[in-house]
Design a protein around this ligand. Structure first.
Ligand code: C6P
Length: 404
């Protein structure tokens, strides 16, 4: 059970006033807020042991290295990866996807096909389009229906012996749809294709088990799960990570360098060129601890309650249409009011202290599907309350009155 009042005490930012009103933060799908427990770890790092890692014999460097590697081990445990070296610490989801897409440049040719879902964020479209340009491979799209659910019969038809890769998000950022990734993965494997799952939006809500899913690559960002920006993870099965060439060259990713030739370090360092986001990595570990202490079952149950409550209340507003009505859905509501631009609603809500995202949410193909320029998106986290949702509904009603 979530004790929301107690949890809210962990988030100093929730005491802020915006335009003279208490902040109501409903832009959690863009980035989540940071609890004191994680902020303290960041302050402690820069106050007490800021140093470069894997390089120094001195105490500070060793302390920082130990804590960074402990964070990697926590993340490994959280995602149930078999080995800690299967966890590559990246700068975020986008970095992880680009790393894999770049690696596949030498593994694909013009007879190959790659499948992307219609529900993707631009981060899980553009790197693959660039890969197809480099290799001549063909990009095909798994379509969705009006509810924002992938059409699985079409997916079955698209799969063939030419399919080499499938990339799909676990949860859609624009609509909140939870995709049937276990089924997507097993069907892709049946034709010999590898699967990358974009977990940017799932990791704040569920605890993925990468071994149970048998997924080949799984990527996420710490800043969506109570951690800092600029850090994330790429999980890759050991055999895949060994097959892919390094993404960037530089310090740390080498075994030996001469002017004639360089040999590369083993995993995970082969993919971690340069000084990493050390403080961010350690704070990511603290964020994982924080969320686990609350518990993902409790988080999912509570957020589902918020989703139902908000869906029912918003649906009462005449002229309001919710986009994304999938049966399996997380706590994201995208909506528009007939005849009113989403940006105008977002601006008026901000005057009331309510933070939502407006626009295409970096998912323009989804907006094109619905033939709209964008939506208002309210995304809820475990520290939000029903009283805040009441204020949102009130705010939307007022905005509607002012703009109609
Ligand atoms: N979506 C949103 O408001 P980065 O920026 O690398 O941390 O995450 C990119 C990304 C990739 N996939 C999905 C499904 C995402 O939702 C995001 C980030 C934010 O919806 C910011 S655009």
């Amino acid at each position: 059970m979530i004790n929301v009042n107690k949890i809210r005490e962990d988030f100093p930012i929730l005491n802020r006033m915006i335009n003279g009103k208490p902040l109501i933060y409903f832009d959690n799908a863009a980035t989540s807020q940071t609890p004191r427990q994680v902020i303290d770890v960041i302050v402690d790092y820069y106050t007490n042991y800021n140093a470069n890692i894997h390089r120094g014999v001195h105490t500070l460097s060793q302390e920082a290295t130990d804590l960074y590697e402990q964070a990697r081990a926590k993340i490994q445990k959280h995602f149930n990866a078999k080995h800690s070296h299967e966890i590559i610490l990246t700068s975020g989801t986008t970095h992880g996807i680009n790393l894999v897409a770049n690696g596949f440049s030498s593994l694909l040719n013009s007879n190959d096909e790659v499948l992307v879902s219609a529900l993707e964020h631009h981060s899980n479209i553009v790197p693959w389009q660039m890969l197809c340009e480099r290799t001549g491979a063909t990009l095909k799209v798994i379509p969705m229906n009006e509810k924002g659910e992938l059409i699985m019969s079409d997916y079955n038809d698209l799969l063939s012996k030419n399919t080499k890769l499938v990339f799909v998000n676990h949860i859609s950022n624009a609509l909140g749809t939870i995709n049937p990734i276990a089924e997507i993965i097993s069907k892709a494997h049946a034709v010999g294709a590898a699967v990358l799952v974009d977990g940017a939006q799932s990791c704040p809500h569920v605890q993925p088990d990468v071994q149970a899913l048998d997924v080949d690559f799984y990527v996420a960002s710490a800043h969506k799960m109570c951690g800092p920006t600029g850090v994330g993870l790429l999980y890759g099965k050991e055999e895949w990570l060994n097959k892919l060439p390094p993404y960037q060259g530089g310090g740390e990713m080498i075994d030996e360098v001469t002017f004639e030739q360089t040999t590369y370090a083993g995993l995970p360092h082969k993919f971690e060129a340069g000084t990493p986001n050390i403080c961010g990595g350690i704070a990511f570990g603290a964020a994982v601890d924080y969320m686990n202490a609350i518990g993902f079952d409790a988080i999912a149950t509570y957020e589902h309650e918020l989703l139902e409550y908000a869906t029912n209340a918003l649906s009462e507003i005449e002229g309001l249409r919710i986009y994304g009505t999938a049966k399996e859905k997380t706590s994201v509501i995208s909506f528009n009011i007939e005849g009113i631009h989403p940006y105008d609603i977002g601006t008026i809500l901000d005057k009331m202290g309510i933070a939502v995202r407006t626009g295409h949410h970096c998912a323009q193909p989804i907006m094109d599907f619905f033939k709209i320029p964008g939506t208002v998106r309210a995304s809820f986290a475990f520290y939000n309350t029903k009283a805040e949702i009441d204020a949102l509904v009130n705010g939307v009603n007022k905005a509607k009155m002012m703009l109609s």
